[in-house]
Design a protein around this ligand. Structure first.
Ligand code: MGP
Length: 236
């Protein structure tokens, strides 16, 4: 197997279709859209493929988050995964500090390594652990100057089994839990959710008279996913 030597256990760089487990082959075929530098040695765990944000989408999200108030100089990526979003945030050059939190040490190793491939690993402060705890404790001081970005697990690829995705039933963190924990720390919070998310449910989190910004991020004429923006972001 190519590049297997020297990689941490559970971390792969698949070079040929034959090596790729069936469940992730659809994602592997999109590998250059996910990471344009894939061939420069991108690392992934098998589970990380399901949740990684494709590079053009991550870049557009980074641009949209750049419109946060100027007083917001810190970006906290609560579920960094294999690093797609954190890399794009770092490449945007908008933030004085970027924190990327990831619970799974193998996935965090991928994110750090992938950020090295993109030349931005040193621009990101990596935190291994639980995002909710990190926001309460370690990042308490920074949080008031921060924009919080969360691309949580949606409960796996089966989210597509439902025509309308029930965000209350999102696993393992419900929308309520994510919204309450993140907006308590910073009203400028952005969540990356399934393209089929029930927007009536999302609207319940908006105060009377306030607008709700939802942006679909599309590739090849189809929505990949959407972001819900809480707080003060300009339309781009
Ligand atoms: P997808 O629907 O699983 O794949 O994910 P695809 O190939 O884009 O869609 P299809 O219609 O061609 O089958 C779409 C996008 O959603 C991915 O690119 C990821 O960015 C994102 N995504 C998917 N899942 C299952 C998750 C998840 O659990 N969490 C997060 N944060 N993002 C996910």
């Amino acid at each position: 197997m190519a590049m297997a030597e020297g990689l941490p256990e559970g971390v792969h760089h698949y070079d040929t279709a034959e090596e790729v487990p069936f469940e992730i082959s659809k994602y592997w075929h999109q590998r250059y859209e996910i990471f344009s530098k894939y061939d420069e040695g991108i690392w992934m765990t098998d589970d990380a493929w399901f949740g990684v944000t494709p590079e053009p989408v991550a870049r557009q999200i980074a641009e949209d988050l750049s419109t946060a108030p100027k007083s917001k100089t810190v970006l906290i990526d609560c579920f960094a995964g294999a690093g797609g979003n954190a890399i794009a945030f770092a490449l945007s050059g908008r933030w004085n500090q970027i924190f990327a939190i990831e619970k799974d040490p193998k996935v965090l190793a991928c994110a750090k390594h992938n950020a090295e491939v993109y030349g931005v690993a040193k621009k990101i402060w990596w935190i291994e652990g639980d995002a909710f705890e990190a926001l309460r404790k370690r990042l308490k001081g920074q949080a008031k100057n921060a924009v919080i970005f969360g691309s949580p697990p949606w409960g796996g690829p089966t989210y597509t089994d439902f025509e309308v995705f029930d965000i209350k039933a999102m696993q393992p963190y419900s929308m309520q839990q994510l919204h309450d924990a993140f907006t308590a720390v910073s009203k400028d919070t952005v969540l990356y959710l399934p393209r089929t998310s029930d927007l009536q449910q999302v609207a319940k989190y908006v105060k009377k008279g306030d607008k709700l910004r939802v942006t679909h991020y599309c590739m090849h004429g189809a929505s990949k996913a959407l972001c819900v923006f809480f707080g003060d972001f300009e339309a781009t």
